[in-house]
Design a protein around this ligand. Structure first.
Ligand code: AMP
Ligand code: GLY
Length: 445
């Protein structure tokens, strides 16, 4: 039996919640969780300057590596549920360590997180379970990579095997570029994450993110979302962590989703079970809808960012109860997500230079924001010595709006963005282009 499955609990106390992470994703989770009247305190470890603006939220600072001090403080705080946001602590095994210390944890152990922390492991997992994905080759040397690249009719996609903050994927236009990217990875561009390289056949089609809240055996699906990975309008420029998103995705019809459930979601969960991996947390399926059907581009062991910021405002107050049921292994499998029938969209405001190097420390100024059906989740902010909010990351703010159609959603998001300023502010002007009319508000910056 895996360590993750030893504690099946039924306490439904939800007074004190801990969220681990420091981004817009964690702030949006806190915002959705605070809606429930059972929740009295939300501690965010470490959160960012924006966390304190969220009802019931308090930032705490503790060393995640000092497990003894961490668990004793969490026991002192009577933490009822822990939600781990980012992939790194999950891949490092924090989920199972905290579970071993008798906490209810929403987040897989290192075994489940391997679906994200090793792309070659994830590809082999899919191959074994017959889950549709792009053809691939796992290589350990440049020589081996060259042979495969030369043999292939088209340039191959190149991926560092390990965690690289979304920067370890290259989509080359030529075989030479595939080789150069492989060489850079083997030379240590991503450190240990690049000891193995995955070469992949390039596939095409719109991308959709699907999230399953899992309790180890059963699951419940969140509304689907569409991310915008490229930096610039028209999906040009380098890949980023995500420049904006919308939810739900009209492309995902009920019957199409049914086929994804049968071909991809259920086989993944069954396969985890067969491997004795007790996956309690969110399983993120990054899918590409190709002419030959849906294929898995990647798995993540966490909520997507900015998809999470986009979806959370649609959740009703019982969302946190689902997280608790997952952490306790208590889903019935018949739960329905209770959610608003509005549409939601998010635009990310970044620092100039992101996803490459950028300066931080610029004051953030807000004009007249219309907060009805609009949330601003801080992604990378801090306070200066005068107590002013300043930029403190590549992705700075997530502007999220809801409305009865996507035009209204993005009209409001872009109107509010015009009221926000910091030196070098940058954002895409075409987030949601797939679902809104073209005549949108323009801003020159
Ligand atoms: P990943 O980090 O694996 O999700 O890759 C980042 C992005 O690169 C994806 O969202 C896709 O846009 C693109 N990508 C990854 N793998 C492929 C592939 N095999 N073919 C085409 N595009 C890909
Ligand atoms: N938005 C993509 C990701 O979180 O990986």
């Amino acid at each position: 039996m895996s360590i993750n499955s030893i504690n099946k609990k039924t306490s439904n106390k939800l007074e004190n919640i801990l969220i681990i992470g420091n981004g817009g994703r964690e702030n949006s989770l806190a915002w959705a969780i605070q809606k429930n009247e059972l929740v009295k305190n939300i501690y965010i470890l470490p959160g960012n300057a924006g966390s304190k603006k969220i009802n019931k939220c308090e930032r705490i600072s503790l060393d995640l590596n000092d497990i003894k001090a961490l668990t004793s403080k969490l026991k002192f705080l009577n933490i009822d549920l822990i939600v781990i946001g980012p992939e790194t602590p999950l891949a490092d095994g924090l989920g199972e360590v905290l579970r071993k210390n008798n906490f209810d944890v929403f987040g897989p152990g290192a075994d489940g997180a391997k679906l994200e922390s090793s792309k070659s492991w994830a590809k082999e997992f899919m191959k074994e379970a017959n889950i549709p994905t792009a053809n691939f080759w796992k290589v350990k040397s440049l020589k081996q990579a060259k042979e495969i690249i030369f043999r292939s009719p088209n340039p191959l996609v190149v991926k560092a095997d390990g965690l690289a903050s979304g920067k370890g994927v290259f989509i080359p236009e030529s075989k030479e570029a595939s080789i150069n990217a492989t060489e850079e990875i083997f030379k240590g561009k991503f450190g240990d994450a690049g000891e193995i390289v995955v070469l992949e056949e390039k596939i095409e089609g719109p991308e959709v993110s699907v999230f399953a809240l899992c309790d180890g055996k059963k699951y419940v699906l969140l509304p689907t979302a569409q991310d915008h990975k490229r930096l610039n309008d028209n999906d040009e420029g380098p890949n980023t962590g995500g420049m904006g998103a919308y939810s739900p995705t009209p492309i995902m019809t009920k019957s199409y989703l049914e086929s994804i459930i049968k071909q991809i979601i259920e086989p993944t969960i069954d396969s985890l079970l067969r491997k004795n991996i007790d996956y309690k947390g969110v399983l993120y399926f990054g899918l590409m809808i190709t002419k030959l059907g849906p294929k898995v581009i990647e798995y993540n062991c966490r909520f997507g960012d900015p998809e999470c910021q986009t979806i959370m405002p649609l959740m009703d107050k019982d969302f946190v109860i689902l997280l608790q049921k997952c952490a306790q292994g208590n889903l019935t499998g018949n739960e329905k997500i209770k959610m608003s029938n509005k549409f939601s969209g998010c635009v990310i405001a970044t620092s100039k230079g992101y996803p490459h190097s950028y300066e931080k420390g610029f004051p953030i100024n807000y004009g007249n924001i219309d907060f009805e059906d609009c949330q601003i989740f801080d992604s990378g902010t801090s306070l200066n010595s005068n107590g002013e909010f300043i930029t403190n990351g590549g992705r700075v703010l997530s502007i999220v709006c809801q409305g009865k159609d996507f035009n209204k959603v993005f009209e409001k998001a872009y109107k509010n963005l015009k009221e926000i300023n910091f030196e070098g502010i940058y954002y895409r002007k075409d987030i949601g282009h797939q679902v809104r009319l073209k005549k949108m508000v323009k801003r020159a910056n």
